[in-house]
Design a protein around this ligand. Structure first.
Ligand SMILES: [Fe+2]
Length: 467
């Protein structure tokens, strides 16, 4: 069905904008009463649970795909004691991301066998794949469709109109980011390039070595409960911006908030399931994320301009937040890499009340690497091109824009991020087991204690959104 109010037009080209040196943190945040930071990473447990791992899956690699050329990569100087862990695609047999049913957790007693089993499944899925499909019958797919229509209309506006919503002085952490602003972190990040080196050549992402900023645009709409204490990071917790155009303005906040609430409700409950599955109190992560600067973060890719096959819309990267949740996009193109398979997986979210969830860096940090942030890219593939042609036929008056239906769920900026000790120990044992099986996970990552806000600022500098 083709609805919405704005006719098809080109997305505006945008100049590259960089925040001026020293221009961050200018915006004060009006916060409520002062309170000291109530969180600290002192919780420990001795609970232990085996992990099911090491599955092998099929994939499809079109013969004309241009994977990243390993010869362009710098030599890997990491002293590996095991042969590369590369998964030979011919050995891979079947693949589906686990489907986790949030309804079981919501409707069964928390200590019931069914609920605990579903929680264990959620944690294991994140350990094994860094991703899962979440079923939540509270989610209405029509709310996602209304959201996609609104964002298509918004990004079909001229660049001058969009630029009114840019806030480079806040590191683009609110409002719009225009195309060719954000750089894929991996292009300049040695540990990330090492991940690519260790993938089978047929499973590598499209080549990001040109260091070109992504052609995607994005809007950040915060879905946050204001913290009842003075945050040290007001720039990461700034007030929302509502677009001015009359045909957008009035429906903006209701549409964004409705879909944003659906996804925050789903993902915060999944954080509880994950905590239980990891042997932590259910609210361990959800309390730490209660005042997090969660961002409804639709990206927009102009498929008239960037619709050729093998165009990179968002280069290979991980997300810096705790969990990322996606509703269905109208165009395929999202690929994820399952940690323990080495396979590139084209994402398909089933129709209905289903969402895709990926682990981000804050979850990796909290678990000492037991759960790894999931790598992903968004590209134009054969299926994207087929969908473009179909949309042109079926909805000729609609903007030809790929909108991602994405929400970044964060821990509170003032939370002290550090690995839970028993999870960090389990991560080390897992790493050793992987090494015994010849699966090299690269150089060990260290997770020194850090405020979430500082971790976020560090990552933003990597992707050129903050100086
Ligand atoms: Fe991402």
């Amino acid at each position: 069905m083709c609805v919405g109010v704005v006719n098809k037009r080109d997305l505006p080209a945008a100049e590259t904008h960089r925040p001026a040196p020293g221009s961050v943190h200018k915006q004060a945040h009006a916060s409520g009463r002062r309170r000291t930071n109530p969180w600290s990473p002192t919780y420990t447990l001795d609970l232990e649970k085996p992990v099911t791992l090491l599955l092998f899956f099929p994939f499809h690699t079109p013969p004309d795909r241009q994977p990243l050329d390993a010869s362009k990569l710098k030599p890997n100087t990491t002293p590996h004691t095991q042969p590369p862990p590369i998964m030979d695609p011919s050995q891979q047999q079947s693949m589906n991301l686990p489907v986790i049913d949030l309804d079981v957790y919501l409707n069964q007693p928390r200590d019931s066998a069914e609920a605990r089993e579903e929680c264990a499944k959620a944690a294991d899925a994140l350990i094994t794949y860094g991703a899962l499909v979440l079923h939540d019958s509270r989610v209405a797919s029509q709310d996602n469709e209304t959201f996609l229509d609104l964002l298509e209309d918004y990004f079909a506006q001229p660049a001058e109109e969009l630029r009114k919503d840019e806030r480079p002085e806040l590191s683009y952490q609110i409002g719009v980011t225009l195309e060719k602003t954000e750089r894929p972190k991996c292009a300049v990040d040695e540990p990330c390039l090492d991940v690519i080196r260790r993938l089978h050549p047929s499973q590598r992402p499209l080549d990001i070595m040109g260091h070109s900023p992504d052609p995607k645009c994005r809007f950040f709409w915060r879905m946050a409960e204001p913290p009842p204490y003075d945050t040290q990071f007001p720039g990461l917790n700034a007030a929302n911006i509502t677009p001015e155009a009359p045909h957008i303005r009035d429906r903006w906040a209701p549409t964004m908030d409705l879909w944003g609430r659906s996804m925050t409700n789903a993902v915060s409950k999944l954080s509880e399931m994950t905590a239980v599955g990891l042997g932590l109190p259910a609210e361990y992560f959800s309390d730490a994320g209660r005042y997090g600067p969660h961002l409804l973060a639709p990206t927009a890719s102009d498929l008239q301009k960037y619709g050729d096959k093998d165009t990179i819309l968002a280069g290979f990267h991980t997300d810096l937040n705790f969990l990322t949740i996606h509703g269905r996009s109208r165009y395929p193109g999202l690929n994820i890499w399952a940690r323990n398979t080495g396979s590139r997986i084209p994402v398909k979210i089933p129709p209905g009340n289903y969402l895709l969830v990926q682990a981000g860096k804050q979850l990796e940090y909290s678990t000492g690497g037991l759960i790894k942030a999931g790598y992903h890219e968004v590209v134009v593939n054969e299926k994207t091109v087929e969908t473009i042609e179909r949309r042109k036929r079926e909805c000729p008056d609609r903007p030809l824009v790929r909108i991602s239906s994405t929400l970044f769920w964060h821990l509170n900026s003032d939370f002290d991020l550090a690995p839970v000790p028993h999870l960090a120990e389990r991560a080390q044992r897992l790493r050793a087991e992987q090494a015994k099986l010849g699966r090299d996970e690269g150089e060990a990552t260290v997770y020194p204690p850090v405020k979430v806000g500082h971790q976020v600022q560090g990552e933003l500098k990597h992707i050129a959104l903050m100086v």
